[in-house]
Design a protein around this ligand. Structure first.
Ligand code: DGJ
Length: 748
C-alpha cells in the first residue's frame, strides 16, 4: 500500500480514533437522497447522493438547516470527483486505464461514514466504485472545526484482475458556481519568490503546476485564492483558498465551463507520473487543503496559519530561537578562527543560535565552492581542524545552540560519493546528464539512497549530540528524470517515488530525533509547501534578504504560511545582489515579522549597527516574538497598492499587538490614509508605544489610552512629507526606507 500521509498527521489522529472505536453515523438525512454535510465552525460543504451519483450542492457559510437541498430541485454544482467518462469533456480529476484497456471511469456511490478522529476534527469517507470494474475510490475529508479548514484526499483501490494505470489522480475536487472567478496565484524565481498576481478566469483551462521535482515552489506556489464574483480584498469578498500538501510535482487546474461553473482541483502532477496499480494495491493521494471565507483574504490566511501551527508544523506552538547564519557573512571562505569570531560576535549581540552553513565538509574534494564535495559529509580538516564538536562547545560556552547546514539529497560529480555510487543519481542512461549548480540529484526512490541520506543525519546527530538545528537544503531541481533502479516499464514512477522516499527518510529522522529543529530550504523558497511542514519547524523564505524585496516576498508568503515558519534574516548593506543600501532599523523591522535571524559578518558592522542589533534582538525576544510567532496576522496596507506597507499581529487573548509600517518607495508629497488597526477588542483600552527605535529612550507608553474601537476605526495617521508632527497617534515615515514598529498593550 502506498501511504502518502505524514507520520505527524496520523500520530495526532490515531489515538483519538482508537478511543472512539465505533464509527458514528454520518451527519446525513436519510431520505431517498441522503445529504452528506461536512461542517466546520463557520463553513459547510454539502453533498447529496442522487441515485448512483454523489453531487456537490453547496460550499459556503454554515447554515442551521440543510433540508432545503433535499426538498428543492436545486441544480448540483458538479460531481464529487470529475472522472474521464463519456459525456464529460472537461479535464478529469481522475483518469485511469482499467485492466482491459477501458479509458473511462464511471463511479457509483457505495456508502459513506463519518467519525470524530481528534478533538475538533471529523473525518468523512465517501466510498465510490466503478460501475463495471472492481476499482474503488474512497474520497476522504477531514473537517478541522476551529480552523475552518477542510482537507480532501483519495484512496484508489485496484481489485481488478490486472493492473490499472493511473494518469491523473487529484487529491481534491471542488465544483464552484459564481458569476465571475478571480484567481490569485503566487509566482516567482530564485531570489524573488511568492509574487502575487490576480486574473479573471475566462472560459478554458488554467493550470498552475511544477515539474521541477525538488525545487517545486520557486516558479509557482501550489496555493491559490479564488475570489467569487469579484476580486477578494483583504477584508471583504467571498473566496475559496486552497493548497496541495505535496513536496514534489504538483498541479492545480481551474476550468471554467460553458454553464459558468468552475471546476477546481489539485494534487500530484500526473505529468510524467503514470502509476501502475497492481491487483490488490491501493494508492493514497496527499492532502488538498482548502478554506472558505466570506470576509476576504485576511480571514483565509488566519485559518491556514492556525491550522499550520496546530496540525502542520513540527511544534507549531513553540517559540523559535533567533539565530546567526554565516552564509552571507563568509560564503565558502572561512576557517575555524573566523567561525569562532562570528560565534563570539553573535553572542555579543544576543542571538540564541549559530548555524554553520555550506562549506564545512569534504576532504579529497574540499567544499571550497559549489563545484565539489557534496555527498562527502566529513568535516574538512583543513578548515576546521578541531572538528564540529569544538565549534559546538564554543557556541554552547556562549549560551547558544548550534546548528548545521546539509544538502543530503545531492551530489557533486567531484565527490567520493559519486566515484563510488554513480548509479545513485537520477539519470537517463542514453541521455547527456544535465547539472544544475554543478550537482546531480540522488535517486531518493532507491532504498539504499534513503539509508544513505538518513545515515547522513543520523551520524551527525548521534556523533554530535550538541547539534540542535539542521538546515536541509536542496539546490538542484530535477533535470535527468529517470532511475537506474526502476524497471523500464516503471520509469514513470520516478517523480512520485522520489517524494515518497524523501518522506520516508524524514519520517525516520522525526521518529528518532523529534526535537531537533529543522529548516527546509531549496535555494531559498523552493520547497515552501504544506507537504514539508510536518517535518520541519520553518522554511528559508528566500535567498533574497534585501529588506525592500522581502516586504513583497513575505507579504505573498503570509497568505498561506504563518510567521513562526517564515525565516527572515537581517543581512549586510548594500545588499549583495540588489546593491541597495538600507538602514539597519528598516532591515530589522522587516525581518521581525517572521522568525528573526542575522546573516552577515558581524565584524563588518559598525559600532552603531552592533548596538542597534543588540537592542533589536532583545526587543524581538522579549516583546515582539510571542505576538508575531503565535498571534493572528492582519495585513493592513498592501505594498502592491501603496508606497507604504503595514501589517500587524495580535496575541490570541487580544491583549497585545505589534504594528509594523514601512515606507518602501518615497515620493515627496505622497499622502496616505490612516492605518486602521484590526483584531483588537473594541471595548478594551490600549496604550501604545514606539519600539525598536533608533533612540531607545523614546520607547515610552502613550499617556493616553485608546479604545480598541478608536484604534480600529480612526487608527494612526501617517506622516511622510507633510503632517502634524504633534499628532500623538502619528506614524512617522519620513522618507524612503523608514519604518516604525508600535507595541499596543491592553490596559489592565
Ligand atoms: C542555498 C540557500 O538558500 C542558502 O541560504 C545557502 O545555504 C546556500 N544554498 C549554500 O549553498
Amino acid at each position: 500500500m502506498t501511504s502518502l500521509f505524514s507520520i505527524k498527521y496520523w500520530k495526532q489522529l490515531l489515538p483519538f480514533g482508537v478511543m472512539i472505536c465505533a464509527t458514528l453515523p454520518a451527519f446525513s438525512m436519510e431520505k431517498e437522497n441522503p445529504l452528506i454535510v461536512i461542517e466546520t465552525k463557520q463553513t459547510a460543504l454539502v453533498y447529496r447522493v442522487d441515485g448512483d451519483e454523489v453531487n456537490c450542492y453547496y460550499f459556503g457559510e454554515r447554515m442551521g438547516d440543510y433540508q432545503v437541498f433535499q426538498s428543492l430541485a436545486l441544480p448540483a454544482k458538479g460531481p464529487l470527483l470529475g472522472t474521464s467518462r463519456g459525456q464529460n469533456f472537461n479535464e478529469a480529476a481522475l483518469r485511469v486505464t482499467h485492466h482491459e484497456g477501458v479509458l473511462s471511469t464511471e463511479l457509483k456511490y457505495l456508502k459513506h461514514e463519518s467519525m470524530p478522529v481528534a478533538e475538533g476534527v471529523t473525518q468523512t469517507i465517501i466510498t465510490l466504485k466503478d460501475k463495471v470494474y472492481d476499482f474503488s475510490v474512497e474520497v476522504r475529508f477531514e473537517a478541522y472545526s476551529n480552523e475552518d479548514i477542510i482537507s480532501m484526499s483519495t484512496k484508489l483501490k485496484n481489485q481488478e484482475p490486472g493492473p490499472v494505470l493511473l494518469y491523473d489522480y487529484a487529491s481534491g475536487y471542488l465544483p464552484l458556481k459564481a458569476g465571475k472567478y478571480f484567481l490569485t496565484s503566487f509566482h516567482g524565481e530564485w531570489y524573488s519568490e511568492m509574487n502575487m498576481q490576480e486574473e479573471e478566469l475566462t472560459r478554458g483551462i488554467k493550470i498552475l503546476d511544477s515539474k521541477h521535482g525538488t525545487r517545486s515552489t520557486h516558479k509557482l506556489s501550489p496555493a491559490f485564492i479564488l475570489g467569487l464574483d469579484q476580486p477578494a480584498t483583504e477584508n471583504s469578498g467571498r473566496l475559496v483558498a486552497g493548497t496541495v500538501a505535496w513536496s514534489g510535482n504538483w498541479s492545480l487546474v481551474f476550468e471554467k465551463q460553458v454553464n459558468e461553473t468552475l471546476q477546481c482541483f489539485g494534487g500530484i502532477n500526473g505529468y510524467g507520473s503514470e502509476w501502475a496499480l497492481s491487483p490488490g494495491d491501493s494508492f493514497e493521494t496527499p492532502q488538498f487543503l482548502f478554506t472558505y471565507s466570506a470576509q476576504g483574504k485576511g480571514l483565509a490566511s488566519r485559518n491556514f496559519h492556525r491550522w499550520a501551527r496546530q496540525y502542520g508544523l513540527v511544534n507549531g506552538e513553540t517559540l523559535r530561537p533567533t539565530l546567526l547564519n554565516n552564509w552571507e557573512g563568509t560564503y565558502f571562505d572561512f576557517d575555524e578562527k573566523k567561525i569562532e569570531e562570528i560565534i563570539k560576535d553573535g553572542a555579543g549581540i544576543g542571538v540564541e543560535m549559530f548555524v554553520l552553513d555550506d562549506g564545512w565538509f569534504g576532504n579529497k574534494y574540499p567544499r571550497n565552492d559549489d563545484g565539489a564535495g557534496l555527498g562527502d559529509w566529513e568535516v574538512n580538516r583543513e578548515k576546521l581542524p578541531n572538528g564540529i564538536d569544538h565549534l559546538v562547545k564554543k557556541t554552547q560556552a556562549h549560551g547558544m545552540k548550534f546548528g548545521i547546514w546539509i544538502e543530503p539529497e545531492m551530489v557533486n560529480p567531484a565527490s567520493e560519493l559519486y566515484e563510488k555510487y554513480p548509479g545513485w543519481i537520477l539519470q537517463e542512461p542514453t541521455r547527456d546528464k544535465y547539472r544544475q549548480r554543478n550537482q546531480y540529484v540522488l535517486d531518493m526512490g532507491q532504498a539504499e539512497v534513503q539509508d544513505f541520506v538518513f545515515g547522513v543525519v543520523d551520524r551527525l546527530l548521534s556523533q554530535h549530540p550538541g547539534i540542535s538545528y539542521i538546515k536541509w537544503d536542496a539546490n538542484s531541481h530535477f533535470s535527468n528524470v529517470g532511475s537506474t533502479y526502476l524497471p523500464q516499464d516503471k520509469q514513470g514512477f520516478v517523480n512520485i517515488a522520489y517524494t515518497q522516499g524523501l518522506y520516508r527518510v524524514l519520517d525516520r529522522i522525526r521518529a528518532k530525533y523529534p526535537d531537533v529543529l529543522m529548516q527546509v530550504c531549496a535555494s531559498g523558497g523552493g520547497r515552501v509547501d504544506y507537504g514539508s511542514l510536518p517535518y520541519f519547524h520553518e522554511f528559508w523564505t528566500s535567498d533574497d534578504t534585501d529588506a525592500l524585496q522581502r516586504i513583497f516576498i513575505q507579504w505573498g508568503t503570509s497568505h498561506f504560511f504563518p510567521a513562526i515558519a517564515m525565516a527572515a534574516h537581517v543581512s549586510a548593506t548594500p545588499g549583495h545582489l540588489t546593491k541597495r543600501v538600507l538602514p539597519i532599523k528598516f532591515r530589522f523591522d522587516v525581518a521581525m515579522t517572521g522568525r528573526l535571524g542575522i546573516e552577515l559578518q558581524p565584524s563588518q558592522m559598525s559600532g552603531e549597527e552592533k548596538e542597534f542589533s543588540k537592542m533589536a534582538l532583545k526587543t524581538y525576544k522579549e516583546i515582539v516574538r510571542p505576538v508575531v510567532q503565535l498571534g493572528d496576522l492582519y495585513r493592513l496596507v498592501s505594498p502592491y497598492e501603496h508606497n507604504i506597507a503595514s501589517l500587524m499581529y495580535v496575541s490570541p487573548g487580544r491583549d497585545r499587538a505589534i504594528l509594523f509600517a514601512y515606507h518602501h518607495h518615497f515620493r515627496f508629497g505622497d499622502m496616505f490614509d490612516n492605518i486602521r488597526l484590526q483584531g483588537l477588542d473594541p471595548s478594551a483600552q490600549y496604550r501604545v508605544r514606539d519600539i525598536n527605535t533608533l533612540d531607545p529612550g523614546k520607547e515610552k507608553w502613550s499617556e493616553t489610552s485608546y479604545s480598541g474601537e478608536f484604534l480600529m476605526n480612526h487608527g494612526f495617521s501617517v506622516i511622510s512629507s507633510w503632517g502634524n508632527t504633534d499628532d500623538p497617534l502619528a506614524i512617522g515615515l519620513f522618507g524612503e526606507y523608514t519604518s516604525e514598529v508600535v507595541e499596543i498593550k491592553r490596559v489592565e
